[in-house]
Ligand binder design. Structure first.
Ligand SMILES: [Zn+2]
Ligand SMILES: [Zn+2]
Length: 164
């Protein structure tokens, strides 16, 4: 089949191989890691054709980028706040966290993107518990976000889903 007809099929949410309608499905869990950061995605949505044998596709275009934005920007995963001069603060009660100890731990959150089914992301990295309110949160100071990025992409790659 020509590239243009494959492209047209993908635009109409049809399988590029057999033309069947693509349906939404989820992957129970996938995992990726980079340096000291591990990421799990539980219930990740994707598109599959009814044969089940043809390439899985991302559920919306730019899915990987949207996922990264939800994790860093839209507070769907708890990150401590980082002031320019004042150091890390609790995202919930704003207590300063510099005196609190941090350690390797796991923090998760529910990710919802547009009207796709929500799924869970869990990140294992440097975590701090707020001494005042007990909220567990990732400590941006102690984490290289490039490792988080690479771990997310590693997890996505492991699924075999074709991303744009
Ligand atoms: Zn197919
Ligand atoms: Zn707090």
């Amino acid at each position: 089949m020509s590239l243009i007809s494959k492209w047209l099929r993908s635009r109409k949410n049809q399988c590029t191989e057999c033309g069947a309608a693509m349906r939404l499905a989820t992957i129970a869990s996938c995992h990726g890691a980079h340096n000291n950061v591990s990421v799990w995605l539980d219930g990740l949505p994707y598109l599959e054709c009814e044969s089940g044998a043809h390439p899985k596709r991302e559920p919306i275009s730019d899915f990987a980028q949207r996922l990264i934005e939800e994790i860093y920007i839209n507070d769907q995963i708890p990150w401590a706040e980082l002031g320019a001069l004042s150091g890390a603060k609790c995202l919930s009660c704003k207590t300063r966290l510099d005196a609190a100890g941090y350690e390797n731990g796991e923090i998760g959150g529910e990710i919802s993107i547009d009207d796709l089914p929500a799924f869970r992301a869990r990140i294992q990295a440097m975590v701090i518990q707020c001494p005042a309110c007990g909220t567990g949160q990732l400590l941006p100071d102690a984490i290289d976000v490039r490792d988080v990025d690479a771990a997310i992409r590693d997890a996505l790659r492991s699924t075999g889903i074709v991303f744009s």
